[in-house]
Ligand binder design. Structure first.
Ligand code: ADP
Ligand code: MG
Length: 420
């Protein structure tokens, strides 16, 4: 280790109490400290926040962190404040602040106390804030959830498109973009939009070797099939994703009637019920949550043993995120998706009300899901290829963990396509 490495290890320990960097963190941090544009692609839970928090804390000036969700920003600010005796070390700048609060934020930045300033992209466009930020030293700008820049990402935010323009007004500051979206298309969009084709890019592997991938043809017997599956995993925690609230309710009921402890979760339930059902799942008062995609954001239950998709997801990106909630502890995680062409048509119908450009993207993403469901090759290889990653289906980690590899003759077909 050279003196720089010793230094950042010491700072890691001092601020965060960790004795080791995770994955590519150290390389990323070294790149940022070298004042180079940096692009970080790591799966959820990979430790992206620390990649910008640590260099911000140890450098002069204030780092601006752009993030799409106020709740996430508040969490991070609280976490950083708890590492320090100074409240002013991190601030959020947004429209909910009073004049007095804004004055305090500005004072802390000007005095050099504030190391991290979290802003929502729409706040950053405010003339008043831009001219203030031009007058103070900025160490770098971190753009978290950078896929929000791309229409090909799962969470497009038009305001993100203005970021490059605003950052340019701040002078020559390095940019660090971070995302858990691994598709090459989204990555290209990010680099292009932020005008940083020169960026040092760090991409972690998205392979989850402990997850088993399986697709089954969806038939009329799906309910008894699911019940059988759950009974084979007695006492284990699992999530079942359904497309509609109605389906969530009916599946939860069917499971309950069949002696499986399950609760529904969707945005149509009131906040209290949702919180209660989520807690019941986390505390293991119930084994199964039947949910729409409203469930799971920020859920960190390490021992989810299966994730079932009653209906196919709208993209492989979503599928990866949703199945990624299984086996966080490194133990078994069975990812089972039911596939029928009727579901594809249903999703297409959903999209038909949207603007044409959005529809086209939606259809293209959906076609990839169809290809995944119908493929006879290694599902892991297929998924990772979609994320721009080469996977050796003979020797790669987790190579035998899918239905196609274990049972090469087996073929999933969308029967309803013919029936229609
Ligand atoms: P991401 O934004 O990539 O989804 P986070 O930044 O939220 O991930 O970090 C995920 C978890 O990893 C957090 O609980 C964080 O404290 C932990 N973590 C990050 N870096 C390290 C490290 N070097 N050692 C141990 N835990 C870490
Ligand atoms: Mg994050």
């Amino acid at each position: 280790m050279n003196s720089n490495e010793i230094e950042i290890h010491k700072e890691l320990k001092k601020y965060f109490g960790f004795s080791q960097f995770k994955g590519l963190q150290e390389q990323v941090i070294t790149s940022i400290l070298g004042k180079t544009n940096t692009f970080v692609i790591m799966p959820t839970g990979g430790g992206k926040s620390l990649c910008y928090q640590l260099p911000a804390l140890i450098q002069d000036g204030t780092a601006i962190v752009v993030s799409p969700l106020i709740a996430l920003m508040k969490n991070q600010v609280d976490a950083i404040r708890s590492l320090s005796s100074e409240n002013g070390i991190a601030h959020v700048l947004n429209s909910s602040l009073t004049k007095t609060e804004i004055a305090q934020v500005k004072k802390d930045i000007t005095s050099g106390l504030t190391k991290l300033l979290y802003v929502a992209p729409e706040s950053l466009t405010k003339e008043e804030y831009v001219s203030f930020l031009q007058s103070v030293p900025i160490s770098f700008v971190a753009i978290d959830e950078a896929h929000c820049i791309s229409e090909w990402g799962h969470d497009f935010r038009p305001e993100y498109r203005n970021l490059r323009h605003i950052i340019k007004q701040l002078g020559k500051v390095p940019i660090i973009g971070l995302t858990a979206t691994a598709t090459p298309k989204v990555q290209e969009d990010i680099l292009k939009n932020l005008d940083m084709s020169d960026a040092n890019t760090f991409k972690a592997s998205f392979n989850r070797p402990n997850l088993y991938y399986e697709v089954r043809t969806k038939t009329k017997n799906i309910e008894s099939d699911i019940i059988r599956f759950i009974k084979q995993h007695k006492g284990k925690s699992g999530i079942i994703y359904c497309l509609s609230r109605k389906k969530v309710e009916s599946i939860a009921e069917v499971l309950q009637v069949n002696g499986i402890s399950a609760v529904p979760y969707h945005a149509g339930l009131d906040a209290k019920t949702r919180a209660k059902h989520q807690d019941m799942f986390l505390m293991e008062d119930v084994d199964v949550v039947v949910a729409t995609i409203a469930f799971g954001m920020g859920i960190d239950k390490p021992d989810v043993r299966f994730v079932i998709h009653h209906d196919i997801p709208k993209s492989l990106e979503s599928y990866y995120q949703e199945t990624g909630r299984a086996g966080r502890d490194g133990g078994e995680g069975h990812c089972l998706a039911y596939y029928s062409y009727k579901d594809v048509e249903k999703l297409e119908k959903f999209m038909s009300g949207k603007p044409v450009a959005e529809q086209e993207i939606g259809f293209a993403l959906l076609q990839e899901v169809v290809a995944y469901a119908e493929t006879s090759m290694s599902r892991r290889k297929f998924l990772l290829h979609y994320f721009g990653e080469e996977f050796d289906s003979e020797t790669g980690e987790g190579a035998d963990m899918d239905d196609n590899v274990r049972n090469p003759k087996h073929k999933v077909e969308a029967k309803e396509q013919v029936v229609k």
